[in-house]
Design a protein around this ligand. Structure first.
Ligand code: FES
Ligand code: FES
Length: 152
């Protein structure tokens, strides 16, 4: 038996309600129920960071978060304006190649920014350690992060 529950979550400023299986992850909720496919399926076990979104301003791995557990507003890459300084820094530094990892990195870095302060390079490296990229070798991503967060 697959119990279903109504979940109501604010996503990118709009409250949405859906009847979903109790086992629905936040990533599936976003991609399947809402059609927001910017958050990516990577490993599905919390290792790669491709599915990173913000929940109440904090970076969370949506593949290992149940939709019914979510408390607080969710922000996804679809809710990030194109002129966000982090997105602009990724463009400037050519920090995206295939782009599959990029939404996760951007959301992670927005979480760092919302945490306040001015992280040094070591703190940025630690923060970015939760996200994997198969293309860039990370140098350009770190350069973009330092640029956008004032450590360039
Ligand atoms: S898909 Fe969530 S951490 Fe890899
Ligand atoms: S740009 Fe391809 S995985 Fe990161």
């Amino acid at each position: 038996m697959n119990d279903e529950l109504v979940v109501a979550i604010e996503v990118n400023g709009e409250t949405v309600r859906r009847l979903v299986p109790a086992s629905r992850t936040l990533l599936e909720f976003l991609r399947v129920d809402l059609g927001l496919t910017g958050s990516k399926h990577g490993c599905d076990v919390g290792d790669c960071g491709a599915c990173t979104v913000l929940v109440d301003g904090v970076a969370r791995l949506s593949c290992i978060t149940l939709a019914v557990e979510v408390r607080g507003p969710v922000r996804t890459i679809e809710g990030v304006p194109a002129d966000d300084p982090i997105v602009a820094a990724f463009d400037r530094h050519l920090a995206s190649q295939c782009g599959y990892c990029t939404p996760g990195f951007v959301m992670n870095l927005i979480g760092v920014r919302e945490d306040g302060g001015a992280p040094d390079e070591e703190a940025l490296r630690n923060a970015l350690g939760s996200n994997l990229c198969r293309c860039t070798g990370y140098t350009r991503i770190l350069d973009a992060a330092k640029d956008a967060l004032g450590q360039g």
